[in-house]
Ligand binder design. Structure first.
Ligand code: CAA
Length: 722
């Protein structure tokens, strides 16, 4: 094998000036390795972590193909290093000025290559990564490989020939399944649908070499996908499938989906080049849409917690067994997440009756999953076997982690944790699962203890956010261990800076602002159902009143009693909540709160009794705010809360606030989070809305200084993420 590659930092990596003048060229030679093995030129993608098709990778591939053409190679094999063949286009380059070669041009070059090109896929080939394979002449994959076109999850379509090439191989139906679901499929399924030529066991690179060699030997030559017609051999079925997909369109994404279906239709009706142009134009339109910007930002925001994790330099502890104190909804949810991740869990309750109720509720949830067919009975039994229950401190012996999820004050939680830590022996990791004052905990337990906070937002599947807070000066292994534990539980940790006085974390602050603006709009005359509907239409899973009914109005009122610069319940007050509580409407579990829950399906139903209570409590009659005002004010209130959190350095970047809202508040991913949606709406518009809100109740909504600063300098919240 002739080594012709230059490695980063290795011999011959070029002088500095050369690298400054030709940065992409130099990098391209490190991210695509060129090796010639006898008659096969092997191009290896080596651009960790996911072999994204960045400009350097595209250049490297283009150069590699050209180098093979200038050599005596008779075939080209494209393979990749690492666990992912390629995650496709480099998402970080979206929105940047385009740099040649584009993916489309590169793939066209590969498709037109006079030497046969074989791609051998290991791990995942996603988006542009799979489109690269589609543009090659032959495709093989390891048995555990997966292929997919997830662009739809970013509000896009496969924009580098995917909508034109895939249907030529697999027909319209299979192509649309893959394109519109965005879900990866297994190699074997892809083979059955004509998307691959072979699935191999054993050494993939070796199999790829054999394929390339045999193709060169057999004189099979290139097989450009644009000339393949297998998937279109029955045009009547092809068009009938297209019609069926069109007929099934519904919902808010129907317009976008319809355009994607039209592109696939164009693969049959239009010449290849015209189909590509159509695909390109829809791709550009989608790329510029707010929906795609929101979804791409959400992708980054969800991974921004990873950035915080990197600030946590410690080595996580090895964790095998956990103790959860408190078997209510919070403790039960935490226990189940621990059991689901294979951790031995001891649930502690104050007495035997509460304990058996808590364990029974966990078993009920698993039983329901088994009867729905979501969980195997053997898996339920395996998880239940990891669970034990107790009402004694001593049962904490040997525990690695102790989580307090009981409804107690900080000093009591501290005393409980200190007792458990003593019973556990050694130095277990201690955490409270609620938003208590961490300084009180530290004082009660002692400075040497490893104590932090993990604030969960059940139901955990819907709200996977875990806000992690550790005291200043804590041993680095504490945050690292809490992060690792949250990840193991399948949740999304976010590091929050301590503020010293139990000042609420991120999701709680945002939820509080959302709830206060709802009360404000209620006082102005909007009905709870109108507020909830407008907020849901804008992009939240639940409206603020239905959410409060679920949590219980008493709990909601306690949560809302704190004042911050971005909201002040002492000024706005909560007269409506108090009036409902006085009428015994304490929330969904009582069958009545802001709504009534007395029908068989248990759905929230507006109740005339509530209307009467509200009319009697309102200070006067004004024109009720409409949907636009409800949505604008809600957006302004939440973004202002986020802006204060950034200004006060509770979080590092606005994108952390977005991550908290997306994974902890049920905000739609397509909105990208409160800070991105503030950028998209225009900061000046939201600043004006805040001024109007403040004029109604002076001092209740103090705008963060960030608004003026950003507007004055023509900047956005997104600029602060850099
Ligand atoms: N571009 C740039 N970076 C990417 C990337 C991409 N396409 N995909 C993943 N990454 C980065 C992540 O941001 C993350 O970076 P940090 O470590 O700095 O946070 C890192 O790679 C690892 O990613 P994950 O944490 O997600 O790792 P994972 O192992 O859980 O998942 C994956 C790997 C399945 C590939 C997942 O990252 C994924 O689904 N990626 C997106 C794939 C995608 O949507 N591709 C389509 C791109 S659009 C396209 O190709 C359009 C076109 O047709 C022109």
């Amino acid at each position: 094998m002739t080594e012709m590659c230059r490695y980063a930092g290795g011999e011959g990596s070029g002088d500095d000036l050369e690298e400054i003048l030709h940065p992409y060229e130099d990098r391209s030679m490190t991210v695509v390795r060129y090796v010639q093995q006898e008659r096969v030129a092997v191009l290896t993608l080596c651009n960790p972590p996911v072999n994204a098709l960045s400009v350097a990778t595209r250049t490297g591939l283009l150069d590699g193909v050209n180098r093979a053409l200038a050599s005596d190679a008779a075939a080209i094999l494209i393979v990749a290093e690492g666990s992912t063949f390629s995650a496709g286009a480099d998402i970080n380059e979206f929105g940047q000025p385009p740099v040649e070669p584009s993916l489309g041009d590169l793939f066209r070059h590969i498709e037109d290559c006079p030497l046969p090109v074989v791609v051998a896929i290991q791990g995942a080939a996603l988006g542009g990564g799979f489109e690269l394979a589609l543009a090659a002449h032959y495709r093989i994959a390891a048995r555990n490989a997966r292929i997919g076109l997830p662009e739809v999850k970013l509000g896009l379509l496969p924009g580098a020939g995917g909508t034109q090439r895939l249907p030529r191989l697999s027909g319209a139906n299979a192509a649309l399944e893959v394109i519109l679901s965005g879900e990866p499929i297994a190699a074997e399924a892809a083979l059955q649908m004509g998307m691959l030529d072979d699935v191999v066991d054993g050494d993939l690179a070796e199999a790829g070499l054999i394929w390339a060699d045999q193709i060169a030997d057999g004189g099979l030559g290139p097989r450009p996908t644009r000339k393949v017609t297998t998937g279109m051999s029955d045009p009547v079925t092809f068009m009938a499938d297209i019609a069926a997909w069109h007929a099934a369109l519904e919902g808010e994404t129907a317009d976008t989906t319809g355009k994607i279906i039209e592109c696939v239709e164009a693969s049959l009706l239009l010449p290849f080049e015209a189909g590509l142009r159509r695909e390109r134009s829809v791709f550009r339109e989608l790329l510029a849409s707010d929906r795609s910007r929101g979804l791409r930002h959400a992708f980054r925001a969800e991974r921004s917690a990873g950035r915080s994790a990197k600030q946590v330099s410690g080595k996580p502890r090895y964790i095998q067994s956990c103790v959860v104190m408190g078997g209510g909804f919070l403790g039960g949810s935490i226990s189940m997440a621990l059991l689901n991740s294979g951790l031995k869990t001891t649930l502690i309750e104050t007495d035997d009756a509460s304990l058996s109720e808590a364990v029974g509720s966990i078993l009920d949830v698993y039983d329901r999953s088994v009867s729905r067919g979501d969980l195997a009975a053997s898996e339920r039994d395996a998880r239940m076997a990891l669970l034990s229950g107790s009402s004694a401190y001593t049962s904490a012996a040997g525990a690695d982690v102790i989580i307090h999820a009981g409804p107690v004050a900080a000093d009591q939680a501290g005393r409980d944790l200190a007792g458990f830590a003593k019973a556990a022996g050694g130095q277990p990791i201690l955490a409270v699962a609620s938003d208590l004052d961490i300084s009180v905990l530290v004082e009660t337990i002692g400075r040497d203890a490893l104590v932090g906070q993990m604030v969960f937002h059940p139901p955990l599947r819907a709200n996977p956010l875990v806000e992690v807070l550790v005291p200043e000066g804590a041993a680095p292994e504490l945050a690292a261990s809490l992060f690792a534990l949250a990840r193991r539980m399948g949740l999304k940790p976010l590091l929050v800076a301590p503020r010293g006085s139990g000042e609420g974390l991120i999701a709680g602050r945002l939820r509080g602002a959302m709830r206060q603006v709802a009360e404000h709009l209620l006082i102005l005359g909007a009905a709870p159902e109108a507020i909830d509907a407008a907020v849901r239409d804008w992009g939240f899973r639940l409206g603020p009143f239905e959410a409060e009914d679920r949590a219980g109005l008493e709990a909601g009122r306690a949560d809302q009693s704190r004042s911050y610069p971005d909201r002040n319940p002492q000024i706005i007050g909560q007269p409506m909540t108090s009036a409902l509580l006085d009428a015994g409407r304490t929330g969904r579990s009582a069958g009545a709160g802001w709504f009534s829950y007395d029908t068989e399906d248990g759905r929230a139903r507006p109740d005339p009794v509530v209307r009467d209570i509200l009319s009697a409590t309102r200070p006067g009659t004004t024109a009720a705010p409409g949907d636009a005002q409800i949505q604008l004010w809600t957006q302004a209130a939440i973004a202002n809360s986020g802006a204060w959190l950034v200004a006060d350095k509770v979080v590092d970047h606005p994108i952390d606030v977005d991550m908290a809202a997306l994974s902890g508040l049920g905000m739609a991913r397509a909105r990208g989070g409160p800070m991105l949606s503030a950028d998209l709406a225009g900061l000046a518009q939201l600043q004006q809305a805040l001024a109007a809100m403040n004029a109604e109740h002076p001092g209740a909504w103090t705008p963060s200084p960030l608004w003026s600063e950003l507007i004055k300098n023509g900047r956005s919240f997104s600029d602060l993420n850099e």
